[in-house]
Design a protein around this ligand. Structure first.
Ligand code: FES
Length: 167
């Protein structure tokens, strides 16, 4: 949907290309189906979170009402609508992971980073998201997701290694 308007000027050329790519996958008039992909691209370019202005731009670019974008951005746990650290870390604490020590892992991560779940490190490097429900990787419990990549069979030492590698 290359009908660029002033209100879409916040979207980079790369984001527009990405949105166009996804819109083309759906039938004419079904561009609403591209909102998730559009928000992923926008969030990635904006240091890990969405602003009202960016969500409005996505809505304008896709020819949707802003509420149609807000409702998706606020429903899915992979989107953030407030400033936060650029690397998103989520430790699964659902039943399988809990039985395999997830609570201790959360305490370990909080102690290591000096923040509580739901907070970001002061240097903006890491956002420790609220604990996730089952991420469908129970066979590798305990596990965590970092920027949409799964890490399984975790130990405190392995967690340290993963977190220390984040720039
Ligand atoms: S309970 Fe953690 S992945 Fe299923």
């Amino acid at each position: 949907m290359a009908d660029a308007q002033d209100s879409t000027e916040l979207l980079s050329a790369h984001v527009r290309e990405e949105i166009d790519h996804w819109v083309a996958k759906f039938p004419e008039g079904k561009q609403r189906s591209a909102v998730i992909a559009a928000l992923h691209a926008v969030q990635h370019e904006n240091q890990g979170y969405l602003t009202p202005e960016l969500m409005d731009s996505v809505a304008a670019y896709l020819g949707l009402e802003p509420i149609q974008v807000y409702e998706i951005a606020t429903f899915y746990s992979m989107f953030e609508t407030r400033p936060c650290g650029r690397h998103h870390v989520s430790v699964c604490t659902n039943i399988s992971c809990m039985l395999r020590g997830a609570d201790d892992l959360v305490a370990h991560v909080e102690g290591k980073l000096g923040i509580r779940t739901g907070e970001s490190t002061p240097d903006g490097r890491i956002f420790l998201k609220r604990e996730e429900e089952c991420l469908a990787a129970c066979v590798g419990a305990p596990m965590m997701m970092v920027d949409h990549v799964y890490y399984e069979n975790l130990t405190p030492d392995r967690v340290d290694e993963i977190l220390d590698a984040l720039e």
